[in-house]
Write a protein that binds this ligand. Structure first.
Ligand SMILES: [Zn+2]
Length: 412
């Protein structure tokens, strides 16, 4: 008898915890739906999650009381009483997004409506600096958080993007900040004492486009990041593709010229040695030394070593023929490499982003033109070539859904 009672109690307990788990899964689902889609009525949430009005109402009441959800007025009536619209309380939590590049770092804070608070904070230090970067980042983030008048307790987590080879399963960078065997994600968690999620810089940009940019509501999209290097972000069936060990997207290191230059990756004639920002800068310097006339020389006060990709893009936008031709040539090689991607992936769109997006048509026109030469017409006509509109915000915004879905959107 006693044993049976005990068994009953245990069963009840299991049933109770099972119901709790079920409810917390549903809560997570609802938070993620309203984070992604914005305002929703209870009836819409019932439809989206295939649940009953009482269970959704109960969750919304709990979350409203906790200050995570709030009502945003009255929606359209579909017959009967006008329903209340629910959305996330934008000040219930904040995400700190950090983009660490080789030479600089960007820090930005966003609320739960993905609105940026203040301006992006730029630090002229990056991965080329040694272990100091950890202390610098901590100090700069704290200053930025204080400047935005945010209570540190409301920081949900940090999203950090890093270039190079990243194994996100292990939270490791295989290219930078390797101090011993500790994954950098763990080092950053210890540093900030908050949840931290790392992602590859280009993949974060692609994810930013998928949530907030030109890839929104598209299923199969490629994103090419052209800055000093060349990276590829792949969205397949609406999901960010990471590859078997998280190392996919090394588009810049496919061989374009077997007789070409040695790349920093150790291989010969990679796309990066021909069509990246670094390659354009190097080519401009060589040609200017050989007497080519361009306004670039004046822009850098004859200090040819100081030329940057930005200088080239600005000069091209100001009509400098030499700079226009440099970008055009890069675009032609990119088209050749992109035709391989089109043939392999049959994407709906390829978004050109990163620093080169400031060149506008000067980069997309030569790409479009040469794709006619290299890509099969039937495949090419199904792929739209687009220029990123999020530009430098793409990577910083790409970490937001990752942090939100793994913190406030992962309620226990
Ligand atoms: Zn290479």
């Amino acid at each position: 008898m006693r044993a049976a009672k005990k068994k009953d109690k245990e069963q009840e307990k299991t049933k109770g915890s099972h119901q709790n788990t079920k409810r917390s899964i549903l809560t997570t689902k609802i938070i993620n739906i309203i984070y992604k889609d914005g305002l929703k009525t209870i009836a819409e949430l019932c439809e989206d999650t295939h649940n009953s009005i009482p269970s959704i109402t109960q969750i919304m009441n709990e979350q409203t009381e906790a200050g995570i959800v709030k009502s945003f007025g009255i929606g359209e009536s579909k017959g009967g009483r006008k329903p209340v619209l629910f959305g996330l309380n934008k000040n219930a939590g904040y995400v700190v997004s950090i983009e660490v590049s080789r030479k600089y770092t960007h820090i930005a804070i966003f609320n739960l409506h993905n609105e940026q608070l203040g301006q992006t904070h730029e630090i002229k230090q990056g991965l080329e600096n040694t272990e100091d970067i950890f202390k610098v980042l901590k100090d700069e983030c704290n200053t930025h958080i204080t400047n935005q008048n945010i209570d540190n307790n409301l920081i949900l987590g940090y999203g950090i993007t890093v270039p190079g080879l990243i194994d996100i399963k292990k939270g490791m960078s295989l290219s930078y900040l390797q101090f011993g065997n500790q994954p950098i994600e763990k080092s950053f968690r210890e540093l900030f004492n908050k949840p931290v999620f790392i992602e590859h810089d280009t993949r974060a940009m692609a994810w930013g486009e998928a949530w907030f940019g030109l890839a929104k509501n598209k299923e199969n999209v490629l994103f090419i990041n052209i800055g000093s290097g060349i990276g590829l972000g792949i969205i397949i069936n609406g999901q960010l593709y990471h590859g078997n060990s998280g190392l996919c997207g090394e588009f810049g290191h496919i061989q374009m010229n077997p007789e070409g230059e040695l790349c920093y990756c150790g291989k010969i004639g990679c796309l990066e040695t021909i069509a990246s920002g670094a390659a354009m800068v190097k080519k401009s310097q060589e040609k200017i030394r050989n007497g080519k006339s361009t306004i670039l020389k004046k822009v850098v006060n004859n200090n040819i070593e100081a030329i940057t990709l930005k200088n080239i893009i600005d000069a091209a936008n100001n009509g400098d023929l030499f700079a226009i031709e440099l970008i055009e040539e890069a675009g032609e090689y990119l088209a050749k490499a992109m035709s391989i991607l089109i043939h392999l992936f049959n994407p709906e769109a390829i978004i050109i982003g990163g620093e080169i997006s400031d060149a506008g048509n000067l980069i997309t026109d030569p790409i479009q033109q040469k794709l006619n030469k290299y890509a099969m017409q039937r495949l090419k006509q199904d792929t739209t070539i687009l220029l990123s509109e999020l530009k430098e915000k793409a990577g910083l915004m790409g970490t937001l859904p990752i942090v939100v879905s793994n913190t406030i959107g992962a309620i226990e």
